[in-house]
Ligand binder design. Structure first.
Ligand code: NDP
Ligand code: MG
Length: 389
């Protein structure tokens, strides 16, 4: 960003939970942030309303089935419309964009993350699946300070590391709320419903990540995300249940010192930090009054009951194309669970079956990952169909 000029942001996936909170941050800091591009998948009415508020230079609609929605004729005359997959690759690379927030859900966000890094833009990355699938290819593209994590734990770790040398990190304590089913046994989990899974105790998020938080796959994905972001071995990234979601993560250094990041459970904080870094702007959320907080509690996760944690550890340790396969199978299984076509505990079984059927390869290219992702989706769907018979 040029000194004194507003940061020109592109919000990729502007209608979701992260996208809407990013819009809120932009409204609160209109003197510092300028929205120059917005994309949706199919929420064209919301897109048009936002375009009329912010008059971005460009908008994108990625789902081709919604490329001709009549409401798009109400876009401001100065706004260019890009439709289909091109929106994810062309918008991040535009000359008038300084920073790209990738807030798309799932592996579908990868092309936008790749395009932002290749074009030399700041990447504010909420889409953890990008790093899980293609961390091996994306991280070498990121210059120091170019990739700012938005995931709250990773933003916290990034901030804890500002004062320390990464070579002196002994362990990362990756905190986890425990989700709505904390304390339940494997047998108790057999019959939980999508409605119960969607009732997260501390965070309000999109449906896919909310289910991932209930299975603890979210924490498994986050360990792999942290492994890539911070160059830490997955064994040294320890999951810690912190029910109140007030400690966002901690870094333990060689000398035993543990630096923790605390604050409100509000995603606008890490979103804003990804825009403001290295500066700090006024908070977008109510502050925490530690005098009234009461206690902070800690527990170990139950990897027996929440099997997705162990599957993600296996994927992280094995590496190569296995995390891509795990992620794709998980996306298929979670979508089926939300559609009442897969039980909660079968999510892990579908993911494991797909991983078992895969012959792991070294990651060589985005095209290879695209093919592996497609193979894993087909395999997971076949496994789902077999279980339904
Ligand atoms: P949502 O489901 O709420 O929003 C997803 C957004 O992406 C919407 O704008 C949607 O558009 C768009 N989108 C959906 N599918 C596609 C696609 N195939 N191609 C392009 N765009 C698409 O998700 P969240 O905001 O909850 O999560 C976004 C990402 O951020 C995820 O990777 C998640 O893991 C991560 N994250 C989220 C957190 C949270 O608090 N929500 C916390 C930490 C990380 P449309 O409305 O048109 O469907
Ligand atoms: Mg998180």
């Amino acid at each position: 960003m040029t000194q004194g000029k507003r940061l020109r942001v592109a919000l990729i996936g502007c209608t979701g939970s992260i996208g809407s909170q990013a819009i809120d941050v932009c409204r609160q800091h209109a003197d510092k942030l300028e929205i120059v591009a917005l994309t949706v998948h199919r929420s064209t009415h919301e897109l048009v309303a936002l375009a009329r508020e912010f008059t971005p230079a460009c908008v994108g609609v990625t789902d081709p089935a919604h490329a001709d929605d009549p409401v798009l004729s109400e876009l401001p005359g100065s706004t260019t419309l890009i439709t289909g997959d091109a929106a994810l690759t062309e918008i991040p690379a535009r000359d008038d964009v300084d920073c790209v927030l990738v807030a798309v859900v799932g592996a579908a966000g990868l092309p936008a993350s790749h395009a932002a890094l290749t074009a030399g833009k700041r990447l504010a990355l909420a889409n953890k699946e990008s790093l899980v699938v293609a961390g091996d290819l994306l991280m070498p593209l990121a210059a120091p300070g170019q990739l700012l994590p938005v995931d709250s734990e990773h933003s916290a770790i990034f901030q804890c590391l500002l004062d320390g040398d990464r070579a002196d990190v002994h362990a990362i304590w990756l905190t986890c709320s425990g989700g709505p089913f904390f304390g339940r046994s494997s047998s108790e989990l057999e019959h939980v419903t999508a409605r119960e899974a969607l009732a997260h105790p501390t965070w309000k998020m999109g449906p896919k990540i909310t289910v991932d938080s209930a299975t603890l796959m979210n924490k498994g994905l986050e360990r792999i995300e942290a492994m890539h972001l911070f160059g830490t071995a997955i064994e040294d990234i320890r999951v810690l249940i912190q029910r109140e979601s007030k400690i966002h993560s901690m870094v333990e250094f060689a000398d035993g010192a543990v630096i923790a990041h605390l604050g409100a459970s509000d995603m606008r904080l890490p979103i804003q930090y990804a825009f403001s870094y290295p500066a700090r702007w006024d908070t977008p959320a109510p502050r925490v009054d530690f005098r009234t907080l009461g206690s902070l509690t800690f527990d170990a996760p139950d990897a027996q009951a929440f099997r997705c944690l162990a599957l993600a550890e296996r994927a992280g340790i094995t590496g190569g194309t296995l995390p891509c396969v795990m992620n794709a199978a998980n996306e298929v299984a979670v979508a089926a669970f939300l559609a009442h076509a897969c039980s909660f505990t079968n999510i892990a079984r579908i993911v494991e079956g797909t991983m078992d059927a895969h012959t792991v390869e070294r990651v060589e290219s985005f095209e290879q990952l695209h093919d592996v992702d497609a193979w894993a989706r087909t395999t997971a769907k076949n496994l789902l169909a077999q279980r339904a018979r």
